[in-house]
Ligand binder design. Structure first.
Ligand code: NZQ
Ligand code: ZN
Length: 386
């Protein structure tokens, strides 16, 4: 393992009814002006906004609502939220939503504290923000684990980039599985595949060899696979959703990358696909992963064989390591079909005239996996995904 420093600043409240049990306590000591940020309206329909508002009002808070944060949040939406936060002298931002709302708020929290343009600051000058409006997250859709880290994935429409900006670390995250019961099943599955992808990409990071980080990782993968199946069998299974919710948080809280290099190549490619097509993140990953892994096969035999045996329960008897590695990719592809995720960009409804060359050329290439891919090979991969 590489050396590391680990810090986990987020207080997690995980329980059924954890909003009613813990929100007031979590907000103790925060200022009076609270911005509740949310998406396109699911929180109004399912009553979670009303519950949160009532708790804050009973604590004597003044509330500003910031609504309409879209899936794949844009930099323009960040700017809109920033203006509102500044105008209303917001003391605390409460994100009520999935990864998109949570990410958007992370960046608003930083942008509202500086007159400099954050994108320019981070991407052109290599400087990171250091002051933030304090934030809390109430998770309504699991999958990204965005509540557990300070990286926010934002689409800059002008620059045609979907990329990470450094934002505020959340001071708390409330994970109430009951808040996720109204998630559309399509989002449950694509979000959970995103969690599985975070595990697999973390696992692919160098160095190889026996280590605790990867052992925890494989347990997370098994848990996600098992509980996706359980949720499909019974959408009302709160226990299965609870497991998926915590697994998503575990996959992105930093533990699975401790001592490891960054190997998030499928994510880098999917993010740029998203910048050009606004596609669903987990679905894009489902199409890309098996194709990418076929390209990585010869350099990743040991890793893939390990996943075959220890995650997918494929018997090693009578098989070479290469055969096991291939069996892992086949099992992953079959699982993607089994749970109803797409296997091609066509199935996702991505337009036939999409400019895949520009997408491939603008994708960040990661250094830390078994083989560094070229932009040409990424284009080949994208074409094989069509
Ligand atoms: O907008 P509303 O009406 O709330 O509907 C949302 C949205 O349409 C709906 N939804 C959420 N909770 C619901 C619900 N519908 C009914 N009941 C509920 N309880 O779900 C839809 C999708 O929400 P969204 O937040 O976009 O999904 P997700 O959590 O998958 O977030 C995706 C974003 O996170 C980024 C992705 O790139 C994408 O932009 N990611 C962030 C990461 C991070 N910061 O660590 C890591 C990931 O790799 C990912 O890149
Ligand atoms: Zn992801």
């Amino acid at each position: 393992m590489n050396s590391f420093i680990f810090r986990m600043p987020v207080n997690v409240y995980f329980d059924e009814h954890s909003v009613s049990k813990h929100l007031a306590e979590a907000m103790k000591g925060t200022g009076r002006n609270i911005m509740i940020a949310y998406g396109g309206g699911s929180v109004k329909k399912n009553g979670s906004l009303a519950e949160v508002r009532a708790i804050l009002e009973s604590e004597g808070k003044d509330i500003t609502e910031f609504s309409g944060i879209m899936p794949n949040p844009t930099y323009r939406k960040v700017k809109e939220g920033t203006e509102l936060a500044k105008k209303n002298h917001i003391d605390f931002i409460l994100a009520l939503g999935g990864g998109s709302v949570i990410d958007c708020c992370k960046v608003i929290s930083a942008q509202a504290m500086t007159d400099e343009d954050l994108w320019k600051m981070e991407y052109e000058e290599g400087r990171m923000p250091s002051s933030f409006i304090p934030t809390g997250a109430i998770v309504t859709a699991f999958g990204t684990g965005a509540e557990m880290n300070s990286g926010a994935v934002i689409t800059n429409e002008e620059k045609k980039m979907k990329s990470s900006l450094r934002g505020a670390p959340y001071s708390f995250a409330i994970l109430d599985p009951l808040y996720t019961m109204t998630m559309p099943m399509r989002q449950v599955i694509s979000g959970s595949f995103d969690s599985l992808s975070h595990c697999m990409e973390s696992f692919m990071g160098l160095p190889e060899g026996d280590n605790l980080t990867d052992d925890i990782n494989k347990a997370c993968q098994r848990n996600i696979i098992r509980n996706i199946r359980a949720t499909l069998l019974n959408p009302d299974d709160v226990k299965a959703r609870s497991e998926l919710m915590w697994a998503a948080a575990m996959a992105e809280n930093g533990i699975l990358i401790l001592g490891k290099d960054n190997a998030f190549q499928a994510h880098m490619l999917e993010h740029q696909l998203g910048a050009y097509t606004d596609c669903n993140h987990g679905e894009g990953l489902a199409v890309i992963h098996p194709v990418l892994y076929r390209h990585m096969l010869s350099s990743s035999v040991e890793k893939f064989a390990d996943l075959a045996v220890n995650v997918w329960d494929i018997s090693p008897e009578g098989k070479s390591r290469e055969e096991l590695a291939e069996a892992f990719i086949s099992a992953l592809s079959a699982f993607i079909k089994e749970i109803g995720l797409p296997s091609s960009f066509r199935e996702m409804g991505i337009a036939a005239d999409t400019d895949y060359k520009t997408i491939a050329d603008s994708t960040i290439i990661v250094e830390g996996s078994s083989r560094k891919l070229s932009h040409e090979e990424l284009l080949t991969i994208l074409k094989e995904c069509i």
